[in-house]
Design a protein around this ligand. Sequence first.
Ligand SMILES: [Zn+2]
Length: 258
Amino acid sequence: MITLGKNPDDRICNLCLNPVNLLSEDHVPPRCTGNNGEGIYSNCFTNLPILTIPSSIYSEGISYRTICHGCNNLLGSRYDKAISKLYGTVRHSSKKLNIELKIRPNAIMRGTMGHFIAAKTTHKMSVADEIFRQCTNQPEYEIPDTIHFYVIFNPLKEIRIIRDIMMMAGTNTDNASILNIIKIDPIAMIISDKPFFGSFFMDWNCYTKIHWQKEIKIILNLTDILPQGMPENDSRFVRLLGKYAYESICATIEKRTA
Ligand SMILES: [Zn+2]
């Protein structure tokens, strides 16, 4: 197991911000996406060891001890089923072209935001994180237009959890996009504050206004594959790392049970 925890004096739940004696463990990516196996992990952007954990081998997935039991249960019961259905359908699809999914896109967006909040070793968050937190905690709160969400076919045996990177084309900071990325074979879920991929990949921004419990049909094209290491290693961009980007993780998947 690798469980990333917080500073011992930070006993505040990342999601509800209430003080708690005992924080609970949240798998990021969620356990239902097959984050339950073993492999080798490293820091995505530096050669430094991750936090204070000396080992580079993980088993039973990657998790964070950063949220309270109540929030963990809510995150699981409200959203993880929707994420699991998306993941399972893509993973077990034998088709190589378009697959039709009957899913709850708004719940998937909110659940992913919640897991991003859990994937930070402090409850002190950025402006973007505040939006994620609000969308997770209040499913009736409308997801703002500034949230651009991409689910992209990414059939690589790896896990990546990347927080707070800014990708900038040229030197104009107005064009900079702040990205948060989760990858687990075979999908990547990416949230950007700008329409980062243009029309190249489908932007789930069109699902921000539908009810979180509403199930709809979505076509996902499995021929649109995310190139390896993208977008975080795209050399056409200037990459700026936020304070917690240094906790971003890359992991191999050697074995998994689901
Ligand atoms: Zn909580």
